[in-house]
Design a protein around this ligand. Structure first.
Ligand SMILES: *Cc1c(COP(=O)(O)O)cnc(C)c1O
Ligand SMILES: *[C@@H]1O[C@H](CO)[C@@H](O)[C@H](O)[C@H]1NC(C)=O
Ligand SMILES: *[C@@H]1O[C@H](CO)[C@@H](O)[C@H](O)[C@H]1NC(C)=O
Length: 562
């Protein structure tokens, strides 16, 4: 349904439920009057009905109604909107006919004002500015820039449909803003090239794959048949035999890292975690969560792990096993650590059989296999686990990920949890059962060859973007195996937000995903070049030097551009 349609739909729901107010109004008003009069006296009834029907003046009818309402006002709050009158009158009728029915009071200590801000409900789903407009990160304070407040339903909302109409119009507006935001979306590596219409029939089910994907649990509404199919596909991609792998579909790439590092720690309880300083923050988080000894390794300008530094640090800690996080695509620069050199460094330093390697392939885990020159990620090499995000290149519309590890490792980790009739080897308990179906669907549709085509398109478009940036005199870098273009941070925060660029220090990046077309790139380039004229055109302020981040040869600042 298009946004406009949804809005119309919302109004329709409202109209169908409210009527135009008049028909119901008369019927209930008459009933009200009859019922109260019966309980008062018959004369009063006759007079009231007489006056009621003899007048066509709305004002007089309303006066009558108000008089009645006031007598009941201790039981029912008086609404002032016309549409509300109808249902209030109806509630009163119920009240009049069944006085034994009491509205269930909320517990004393429950104060809705404490959980929702006390803003009045606005019928057209108007977005509230809840707080100041600054989007600076202020530690210690929750900044609410925008929010749709939650308003406690009124007793009669179900009847009037007012609430449904309100919510439908909020959703329609939200949808419009999503479309707009998606159009200007360059900084986050999400593949938007999908159409999952066929799966909408499943949204009514509460599908949950809690526990281990390979052991049936007592909960029957699951999608393990899809999950295991997807896992098999990834195990085949990374060359691990069906009977030798274990894995599951995670809630995100972070969970994969948390799992991989946890398995490493269980295999080597006194192991030290090594990761390059450009690793994803979830790796550092894992070290903190598990209270592991942690050694940060330097990186090259490209963002790859610096194996010389790695070797030095290994040799300082020879007595303890190494648990190594290898990046298959770093978050900021899209750098791919040289897996072969990492293994070589470990063996050269005397760590034979005393290491565990987790490959963080959240970003490029599914792109690398299709790039010819890339070092191959495969379990034929001595690696132990690989994870990938499902919502990045794979293009699942909800966050998810895939984690594959060696079965022999998992036996170290798992315990029996009797009440699940399952084995406890996952980080999370309940797991999204819809995600495996989306993955299954997209893998079936695209297959190896489809992904290969998409990867080629991304790499081509990324080169196009980098070349045109450099041509325009804008510092830019693109790693050989990557589709992440690093560029100077645009001076204007408004611009950064508009294009949703992820920034770090003086650099920003554009992750070229399948939906980042040449047209979109041209549009972005034109806007950037034009904006830069207004930022730097007067010659007074100058673009930042980012040679330290991307190398002198890629820097176009006034010192390096000659
Ligand atoms: C995105 C990313 C992650 C985390 O993935 P989420 O699915 O966002 O939790 C981990 N590592 C790298 C390199 C990433 O780019
Ligand atoms: C009145 O309300 C009470 C309590 O909810 C219910 O048990 C009873 O059946 C109702 N009577 C009528 C006539 O609806
Ligand atoms: C992404 O691209 C595909 C075709 O390449 C297109 O059909 C789809 O509408 C695009 N989606 C978005 C959100 O831009």
């Amino acid at each position: 349904m298009a946004g406009g349609q949804a809005e119309v739909w919302g109004q329709l729901v409202a109209r169908r439920k409210f009527g135009d107010g008049t028909f119901h109004g008369i019927r209930y008003q008459v009933l009200c009057i009859i019922s109260i009069s019966l309980r008062l006296n018959i004369l009063c009834l006759l007079i009231t009905i007489g006056i009621y029907f003899s007048t066509t003046r709305v004002a007089l009818r309303n006066t009558l109604l108000m008089a009645f309402r006031r007598s009941c006002s201790d039981l029912f709050p008086v609404g002032n909107a016309r549409i509300r009158e109808t249902s209030t009158a109806r509630s009163m009728i119920n009240g009049a006919m069944n006085l034994s029915e009491k509205v269930e009071p909320l517990p004393e200590e429950f104060d809705p004002k404490e959980i929702v801000s006390p803003v009045a409900l606005e019928l057209n789903g108007v977005l509230k500015e809840c707080a100041d407009k600054s989007r600076e990160i202020v530690l210690g304070r929750n900044v609410h820039t925008m929010c749709y407040t939650i308003n406690e339903p009124e007793a009669d909302d179900d009847i009037t449909g007012e609430r449904e109409a309100y919510m439908a119009s909020v959703l329609a507006r939200y949808r419009k803003s999503l479309i707009e935001r998606t159009k200007h979306h360059l900084g986050y590596p999400y593949n938007l090239d999908f159409d999952y219409g066929a799966l909408s029939q499943l949204q009514h089910f509460s599908i949950n794959n809690l526990g281990d994907p390979f052991i049936e649990s007592n909960y029957g509404v699951h999608s393990r048949q899809f999950e295991v199919g997807v896992l098999d596909w990834f195990a085949r991609l990374w060359e691990l035999d069906k009977n030798e792998y274990w894995g599951y579909i995670t809630n995100c790439g972070t969970e994969g890292n948390l799992h991989g590092i946890l398995v490493g720690r269980e295999v080597f309880p006194d192991g030290i975690l090594y990761a390059s300083r450009e690793s994803h923050y979830s790796v550092f988080k894992a070290a903190r969560m598990y209270r592991m000894e942690f050694v940060k390794v330097a990186t090259l300008v490209s963002g790859e792990i610096d194996c010389a530094d790695f070797e030095r640090k290994l040799l300082l800690n020879k007595e303890k096993p190494a648990i190594v996080n290898v990046n298959i695509g770093t978050t900021v620069k899209g750098a791919v650590d040289d897996l072969d050199m990492v293994i070589e460094t470990l063996e050269k330093s005397g760590f034979r059989d005393q290491f565990y390697i987790h490959c963080d392939g959240a970003l490029f885990g599914l792109m690398m296999p299709f790039v010819k020159r890339a070092p191959k990620v495969t379990f034929k090499k001595p690696i132990d686990s690989v994870s990938v995000s499902g919502h990045k290149f794979v293009g699942c519309p909800m966050p998810c990920g895939v984690q594959i590890t060696r079965l022999k490792n998992i036996n170290v980790l798992s315990n029996n949890v009797e009440y699940l009739a399952s084995r406890d080897a996952t980080i999370m308990g309940s797991r999204n059962g819809h995600a495996p179906i989306f993955l299954w669907y997209t893998l079936n549709r695209k297959g190896y060859r489809g992904f290969q085509k998409e990867v080629q398109k991304c790499l081509r478009n990324a080169h196009y973007l980098k070349d045109h940036l450099l041509e325009a005199g804008i510092s830019a870098m693109l790693n050989e195996l990557s589709s992440t273009v690093v560029l100077e941070r645009p001076k204007d925060e408004q611009f950064v937000r508009r294009w949703q660029l992820a920034c770090e220090g003086n650099i920003a990046h554009v992750v070229v995903m399948p939906n980042v077309t040449i047209e979109k790139i041209d549009y972005f380039l034109a806007e950037l070049i034009k904006s830069r004229l207004s930022w730097y055109g007067d010659g007074e302020s100058k673009p930042p030097c980012i040679a330290g981040d991307i190398g002198e040869e890629n820097c176009c600042c006034s010192r390096h551009n000659t």
